[in-house]
Design a protein around this ligand. Structure first.
Ligand SMILES: [Mn+2]
Length: 347
């Protein structure tokens, strides 16, 4: 019997990136409003989304160096919503709790903005590295706050190379029940960048969604076959077995996959090759995935020269926030950037 597909948990989709300039607040309000109406948020909740991004934009312009907003539609298990991320490269906030509490302190309007975002959104989070940068995340669902959090939370983010609209990096997460519950993750980097790389990425995601396999090697082979007429891609598939708390990974080409747990970081090796052109006999690597562990997969648009202790307090946060801060701090500007994370909640 094949796997019972219990649905798409999350996937990349189009991310609307807006750089912090004088027109940011108006542009963000317009874009966020469009996305919110497109997924069917009622008018009162559309206004909340618009207010939220206005606060984010105002904060970036007043306080941050080199900030941007990333807005996108999110869909999971039959639910839809809008996700708003604010990312900057400093100056950071020394005391996040105080900034949330006290809008009239030396933090100026930053505190007021943060508190407002927290009250407006169904789900929100903030992670700040003093001197290095802050990421704020807010999500609005069509039908209010989500039910109980999943034991393994997933999220991701993509950003095209400067000057391109489409991103050649993509990711997706599916839930399986086979018969024990599992998550299947895809991270894919279409070769080069621009529309042809994005097309390869779309084809990889479609093949990943359609695959009837559980074994990461077999799913990777399905992706490989689907990319034969494309320009090819680096791709990695991870299977998280929730019952035996292990992760199985199979990859080809330059995708970084690693597990972070406390101060430890363990890399999972990919095999050289190109999905769609040359798929060597892929090997599957298996590692324990106990509570408190983070699985991180990203393209070569992010540097892998970091350690978990460079990000104090990050890995217990919202999965999209984790992906956002890692991209914000480690992305290189001369390539598409893409990352997906799975966080096993501490027990
Ligand atoms: Mn790349």
């Amino acid at each position: 019997m094949g796997p019972v597909n219990t649905g798409l948990v999350a996937e990349a989709g189009d991310v609307h990136w807006l750089r912090a300039d004088i027109a940011l607040a108006a542009a963000a309000r317009r874009q966020a409003g469009q996305l919110a109406r497109a997924v069917g948020l009622p008018d009162e909740r559309v206004s909340r989304v618009e207010l939220c991004v206005t606060e984010m934009a105002t904060n970036l312009l007043k306080h941050a160096h080199d900030g941007s907003l990333a807005l996108r539609v999110v869909r999971t298990r039959g639910r839809a919503g809008v996700e708003c991320l604010s990312l900057d490269n400093g100056p950071g906030i020394d005391d996040v709790q105080r900034a949330l509490r006290d809008g009239t302190s030396a933090y100026g309007s930053l505190g007021i903005g943060m508190g407002a975002i927290e009250r407006l959104a169904d789900v929100s989070g903030i992670h700040s590295l003093p001197g290095r940068g802050t990421v704020v995340c807010a999500r609005f669902w069509t039908d209010g706050p989500p039910p109980e959090p999943e034991p393994v939370a997933t999220g991701g983010l993509t950003r095209p190379i400067t000057g391109e609209q489409l991103c050649g990096d993509t990711w997706a997460v599916r839930a399986l029940d086979c018969p024990s519950p599992a998550l299947l993750l895809l991270m894919c980097d279409g070769l080069g960048h621009g529309p042809l790389a994005a097309r390869a990425a779309d084809q990889a995601r479609a093949a990943f969604r359609a695959s009837r396999h559980i074994n990461p090697e077999a799913v990777l082979r399905d992706v490989h076959e689907a990319l034969r007429k494309s320009r090819g891609a680096a791709a990695a598939i991870a299977l998280i077995d929730l019952a035996d708390q292990r992760v199985h990974l199979s990859g080809v080409g330059n995708i970084t996959a690693l597990l972070a747990h406390g101060d430890r970081r363990n890399g999972l090796l990919s095999t050289p090759g190109i999905a769609g052109a040359h798929l060597p006999r892929a090997r599957t690597h298996t590692m324990p995935f106990p509570p408190g562990t983070a699985l991180i997969m990203h393209s070569d648009g992010l540097s892998d020269r970091w350690k978990p202790h460079d990000f104090p307090g990050l890995f217990t946060q919202d999965a999209s926030l984790v992906a956002g801060q890692l991209l914000n701090q480690t992305a290189v500007r001369r390539d598409d950037a893409g990352i997906v994370v799975a966080l096993h909640r501490p027990s």
